[in-house]
Design a protein around this ligand. Structure first.
Ligand code: FES
Length: 350
């Protein structure tokens, strides 16, 4: 069948033109252009625009209140308070309140921004033609002008209520993160500078749990001790023993080179912190002949016959010595606390 046999209305446009005196070829992929812009109610009714503005400000204000609620929850709810909330069941009141308030604070900022963009910012569609990547000075000037116009159209300068409440909400949300620092626990204050050792506290053998007498310490032996009253079943045992652990050796008094060490010893028995001054490993290796103790972590070596000074390794300073004596019942006792913080040299700088 030839084209002459097809009804005229069924012919494609190209062929339709070919039927005329001048054949005109149409681009089948021609840009259809943008649909005509339809103004929103807020574009033509100032009262509707004001309503939207109030709705956005309400959401930003709600976000601020939720952030205050987040902070208040931290103060109000104890960590162990459990409440029943349908449909979640039994939950931690603190976690629930923190989650809800932080969720509301973030959601309201997002919802407010979206509502602002959809109802108040310009929604005129603009076609941007492709252009070379390198921008001409005139183009850059145009971009800056467009940016300024966009800022003007967004109402950033004009709608001060929106701008201020949004800044308020954005500024307050980070406060939630600051409150989370509370989970790091109370400040250590002076606790890291003191141990359980005090004048009159007996030295307890950590293996036998019995008070130590001078005759229990033989030359060449290494004994570990803790202060009396410390029970390994106590909640704070690990915290306290990590500071108070002691190692005791007996050295012939004439082999002790350091005068203060000799004065703080009892009949050649010297007591030193067991906690390495490098990064806090427990020291446990003792050389009987040299009176050196070795930290197994990074091989710092201390000379117990010379004030426990460092003779090798990365440790920054000598082990703290505990001054000891013997009480009326013949047991070894402390004559005070360590005179410097135990453990890593870090604490000396505090
Ligand atoms: S912790 Fe002792 S040498 Fe590093």
């Amino acid at each position: 069948m030839s084209s002459q046999d097809i009804p005229e209305e069924s012919l494609p446009a190209e062929q339709e033109h070919e039927r005329g005196a001048v054949a005109v070829k149409e681009d089948p992929f021609a840009d259809p252009g943008l649909p005509p812009h339809k103004p929103r109610i807020q574009d033509i009714d100032e009262r509707a625009a004001k309503r939207s503005e109030r709705a956005v400000a309400f959401m930003f204000t709600l976000s601020m209140l939720a952030t205050i609620g987040f902070i208040a929850s931290y103060v109000i709810f104890p960590v162990d308070k459990i409440v029943y909330i349908w449909p979640f069941g039994h939950v931690s009141a603190l976690n629930f309140a923190l989650g809800m308030t932080l969720g509301i604070a973030l959601f309201c900022i997002g919802a407010g921004a979206v509502h602002w963009a959809r109802t108040l910012m310009s929604d005129v569609e603009i076609a941007d033609e492709r252009h070379p990547i390198e921008a001409e000075p005139e183009v850059r000037a145009k971009v800056m002008a467009d940016f300024a116009a966009g800022a003007e159209e967004s109402g950033f300068g004009r709608r001060k209520l929106l701008r201020n409440t949004m800044f308020g909400a954005l500024a307050m949300v980070p406060l939630s993160g600051v409150m989370l620092l509370r989970d790091l626990g109370p400040l250590p204050e002076e606790k890291l500078r003191h141990t359980l050792w005090a004048k009159g506290k007996q030295l307890i053998n950590m293996n036998t749990n019995e008070p130590l007498r001078p005759e229990d310490i033989a030359v060449g032996s290494l004994t570990f001790a803790m202060p009396e009253g410390l029970n390994e079943h106590d909640h704070s045992f690990q915290t306290e023993i990590a500071k108070a652990a002691l190692m005791i050796v007996r050295i012939q008094p004439d082999e002790i080179k350091d005068k203060r060490e000799l004065a703080w010893s009892h009949d050649g028995i010297v007591a030193y912190s067991k906690i390495c001054t490098h990064v806090g490993c427990p020291i446990s290796l003792y050389e009987q002949q040299t009176h050196h103790v070795l930290c197994p972590c990074h091989q710092s070596t201390f000379d117990l016959s010379d004030g426990a000074r460092v003779i090798f390794g990365p440790a920054g300073h000598a082990l703290p010595q505990l001054r000891i004596g013997v009480n009326d019942e013949g047991f070894l006792e402390a004559l005070g606390d360590f005179e410097e913080p135990v453990g890593p040299a870090f604490w000396e700088r505090g």
